[in-house]
Design a protein around this ligand. Structure first.
Ligand code: FEO
Length: 183
């Protein structure tokens, strides 16, 4: 008896997204080691933590695929991009990475809608929200570096930025979550 509740196309889309999340973890790890090597311990710490988040996203996909009766296929992960050239470039790369991932997530949502696979549609909504958070977080990073002088930021300003980022929370607050009790 076939207990697989995912269509072949959907199983492939979810598997591809699972690998993309693993790729994102590799990218963040790579940027983190770059930052660490440059002496930006706070930025590195932030990026290491973010790499773990991406790995958790990968596991979320893996578990969902298996729970729906399909098979999660563990494949090779593409190599991360080249190193950032400076902190400004690093944050720009982080932002682009998140936007690209949001677009990939939206494609899976679109497919679930087309296929009337409401279980997957519902599962994907967590990622839609998560991506909005991650984009906001990346935008905040870019704003900070812009204020600090962008690609020409002085060492003294980068020093404070690095210290602050070591303590930056992993999640950004979203306006949509605000309530009168919890503004
Ligand atoms: Fe898993 Fe940064 O999205």
């Amino acid at each position: 008896m076939n207990t697989n509740r995912l269509s072949e196309k959907m199983a492939k889309a979810l598997n591809d997204q699972m690998t993309k999340e693993a790729h994102a973890a590799q990218i963040y790890l790579s940027y983190a080691t770059w930052a660490d090597d440059q002496g930006y311990d706070g930025i590195a710490n932030f990026l290491y933590r973010h790499a773990n988040e991406e790995r958790n996203h990968m596991m979320k996909f893996l578990e969902y695929i298996q729970e729906r009766g399909a098979r999660a296929h563990i494949t090779a992960i593409p190599a991360p991009d080249s190193d950032p050239t400076n902190v400004n470039d690093c944050f720009e790369k982080v932002f682009k990475q998140e936007v690209a991932n949001t677009e990939a997530i939206y494609k899976v949502v679109e497919l679930s809608f087309e296929q009337k696979d409401w279980a997957t549609w519902n599962f994907m909504q967590w990622f839609v929200k998560e991506q909005a958070e991650e984009e906001t977080l990346a935008m905040n990073l870019l704003d900070k570096i812009k204020i600090a002088g962008g690609a020409n930021a002085k060492d003294s300003v980068l020093y404070s930025l690095d210290r602050d980022l070591g303590n930056t929370p992993d999640d950004a607050k979203l306006a949509q979550d605000a309530t009168t009790d919890n503004p």
